[in-house]
Ligand binder design. Sequence first.
Ligand SMILES: [Zn+2]
Length: 289
Amino acid sequence: MPELPEVETIRRQLAPHLEGRTLRDVEILDARWTRPDAPGPVQDALRGRVVHEVGRSGKYMVWSLSGEMHLIVNLRMTGALLFDPPVDPPHTRVRIALDDGHLVVYNDARRFGTGHLVAGDAARDAYLGDRLGVEPLTPEFTAAYLGAQARGRLAPVKSFVLDQKRIAGVGNIYADEALFRARIHPLRPAGSLRGTQLAALRDAIEYALTAGIDAKGATIDDFRHVDGAQGSFQDLFNVHQREGEPCPACGTAISKLVVGGRGTYVCERCQPRPRPRPQPKAVSGGEQL
Ligand SMILES: [Zn+2]
């Protein structure tokens, strides 16, 4: 599933091809893509618009178009945006012909991805604001922000880091890698982190995302660049998907747990488990202790 670094990679590859171009023709072949809106009107509204900017917020790509319209694209599980694919991809859902003769194809095997057209900057900001917390690669992402968000939370820090309404764009890969780097166990209650750990977590998230962007994303499932090539961050994983392999820091075998329903990889030595919280004493009568 593409996370911030994967979406940012696609954005950087696509922007030079799209910015300044006119969407000459748009064919939406799958009605699920625009749901709950019908594909026909979206297709008509896109046709003839100039792409001013290809931006990103969290895992969303935002195409800002002439007439203050915004196409908000979410690749979700298996969505891919391909530029001039040599053959028609097997799961083509949207085909966009540009005025310079080039073609952008949205391909999606599992069809969870979406394209949402919104009118006006305020509507764009409302759509993203409802779904996303702070952008982790901006100055607003501070240890103090993390501390304020985590305060009083008993949820595991892994689930906290994955919550898009707190930190935009971090998914399973980068959460595992960041927690390893910060030496924090994924089951630690988010609210139990101290100041130095919050600072370490902030820095580790920034580091992992930046390393992911530098490696042009991680290809572990279907993620592909706009030319069909793969990312290489999977070759740099310290813990993610490395169950049983040695921890690069201490040699202990990496373990796999499930946290918040997500496969989670951890070095139980570098990332010490939280101490169990004291259990209330049994008060029922007749029990021999
Ligand atoms: Zn270790």
